[in-house]
Design a protein around this ligand. Sequence first.
Ligand code: CUA
Length: 153
Amino acid sequence: KFEKLWLIFGIGSLLVFLTVLGVSAFYMGNQPPSCLTTIDPEKIDKTKPFDKPGLHKIEGQDWDYELVFVAQAFAYNPGKVEIPKGSKVKIIATTKDVIHGLEVAGTNINMMLEPGFVSEKVATFNKNGEFLILCNEYCGAGHHMMNSRIEVV
Ligand code: CUA
């Protein structure tokens, strides 16, 4: 007698869950990296722009710098980077091995790095100080030690 009720409850909660997932994906930007660019994780060292990790001045774009990160268990390359205050920076990142995260603590920069895909995010650094970069995808035994730093000067 209650079976129908449970069925409705089950389907109802499934719909609620899917709606929440959909809203978070489309309105809050919790999306996996864009699939427009695919690269070979094995050849990252020789693939532009990942052959030169770090901060690079860029001319003729909407942003001033490009900041290239390569993640690999359990570190980022570069492990520390200085950014001039007020710069608009396009962060371009990928991973050599497994899925890693790239979160700049205290900002809205929070990316997911997937092998074979390129993640990008443009951000302006207006505040002086040191910002910790953390991995927020569990990637193995050294996950908690994986970090880098941005220093805005
Ligand atoms: Cu890399 Cu967790």
